[in-house]
Design a protein around this ligand. Structure first.
Ligand SMILES: Nc1ncnc2c1ncn2[C@@H]1O[C@H](COP(=O)(O)OP(=O)(O)OP(=O)(O)O)[C@@H](O)[C@H]1O
Ligand SMILES: [Mg+2]
Length: 405
């Protein structure tokens, strides 16, 4: 049975191709835990792999090199040639240098050694999914930035790891900008488990789900009717109240919402789920800046590297990313300089760990407003002032033209 659809019109699709039933079963069980709830297909030989791939158009195909009768490498070559928009990962018991080179030659995105850890598998799958979904988005030719040059500055808060502080930072940045007199929309695009309303102490009755289910044509007035005002002045478009409603929100709905709010606000801040999927890719593409949140531990650094690699592969300029380390003073043996070295990127902001953060979140307060003198609030204010400067300079098309601070 296919997993629950969490991707609007279409869940990510993953095809597992290998002659060993044990390998396929093992991978299927792990993939079941992937946060995007992919629909998983299986093929036991090269012929059925091609046939299923052409019929189901999977986003990612995992191919065991030991596949037969046509071997894994040749099967990858055939898949790349006949299934556009898919990304293929090769699996092998041993990773020989020569095999790795051949894998890349035939068009595989990566080669993984089995048994593969859940973390490594998900990291490769996430990067591959981002690339295939990005290709599809690009094929659809969506480019709201060109369509609406005068629109709001879009700030998407993102990370591929859960619990890094996306919602905390999205709500604070949005509230801070609103408090400064800007017209700010906060869109909770963590469609399944979004909790921006709770973080702001708001109780939604209507959400993005009701908006897109009720109206096909959206304009700013309509969207505003479904938004909740916060005391800071920001307007929140809440995530659906029930996780299963998230499945019914399509990539097209996300585009319509972005287009409708783009002309009506100075800033549109977007909160995200902790993984790549088509709808969030549309928002990341639309945004002028991706505020990428990281934390100071090696798994998170590795995750970020994968995430940046995926963004590179789908054509996001690195300049569009603003890197924020959260809980940056945690005593875990890593310094900011270490993180920068691992990532090959400058950390522009770091926010310390503070008990004020959960305390504020749990009581529906925004720490920036309730504890303005705290170090956390001062760092948040630093992030906000960068965007205000950009706006004041009239450079709405993002931070690419702003010298890194
Ligand atoms: N700087 C900080 N100091 C202390 N606690 C923090 C800090 N930043 C975030 N937290 C805590 O970490 C938890 C997760 O934060 P938050 O919900 O913002 O993360 P998230 O990335 O949105 O998570 P999810 O991926 O589940 O949506 C919260 O309980 C929050 O209070
Ligand atoms: Mg969150």
């Amino acid at each position: 049975m296919p997993e629950a659809n969490s991707n609007g019109q279409r869940s990510p699709r993953i095809l597992v191709a290998g002659s060993s039933a044990e390998l396929r079963e093992g991978l299927r069980n792990v993939l079941r835990e992937h946060p995007s709830h992919p629909e998983v297909f299986e093929a036991a030989d090269s012929d059925s792999t091609l046939a299923i791939a052409q019929e189901q158009r999977p986003d990612v195909i995992l191919v065991d090199v030991g596949l037969g009768p046509v071997d894994g490498f040749e099967t990858v070559r055939n898949l790349i040639a006949s299934v556009p928009g898919t990304s293929v990962l090769l699996l092998a018991n041993r990773l020989e240098h020569e095999d790795f080179r051949r894998a890349l030659q035939v068009g595989a995105r990566d080669m993984l050694q089995v048994p593969v850890t859940r973390e490594d598998l998900f990291a490769s799958i996430d990067a591959a999914l981002a690339v295939s979904l990005g290709k599809r988005t690009a094929l659809e030719g969506y480019n709201a930035a060109e369509a609406e040059p005068q629109r709001a500055m879009g700030l998407a808060v993102f990370s591929t790891k859960g619990g890094t502080g996306k919602t905390f930072i999205a709500t604070n940045v949005a509230a801070g900008l609103a408090q400064a007199g800007k017209r700010v929309a906060l869109l909770d695009f963590d469609l399944q488990f979004g909790d921006a309303a709770i973080a702001l102490g708001l109780v939604p009755e209507r959400t993005i789900y009701d908006l897109v289910q009720t109206y096909t044509e959206l304009d700013e007035q309509l969207v505003k009717e479904f938004m909740l005002p916060h005391v800071s002045g920001l307007q929140l478009l809440p995530a659906p109240l029930f996780p299963d409603q998230a499945e019914e929100i399509t990539p097209g709905d996300i585009k319509r919402v972005l287009e409708a709010v783009g002309g009506a606000f100075d800033y549109v801040v977007i909160d995200s789920p902790p993984f790549f999927e088509e709808r969030i890719l549309i928002a990341l593409e639309w945004a002028d800046t991706v505020i990428h949140i990281g934390s100071m531990d090696l798994p998170s650094i590795k995750n970020m590297k994968v995430s940046f690699g995926a963004m590179d592969a789908i054509g996001h300029p690195r300049e569009k990313i603003r890197l924020v380390m959260n809980r940056a003073d945690s005593r875990v043996g890593l310094e900011i300089a270490d993180c920068e070295k691992h990532l090959g990127m400058t950390v522009q902001h770091s926010i310390p760990s503070s008990i004020e953060v959960p305390r504020a979140l749990n009581s529906g307060e925004v720490v920036l407003l309730s504890r303005p003198g705290s170090r956390v609030a001062r760092e948040l204010a630093g992030i906000i002032s960068v965007f205000e400067q950009v706006e004041a300079n009239g450079k709405r098309r993002g931070l690419s033209r702003l010298r890194r601070s």
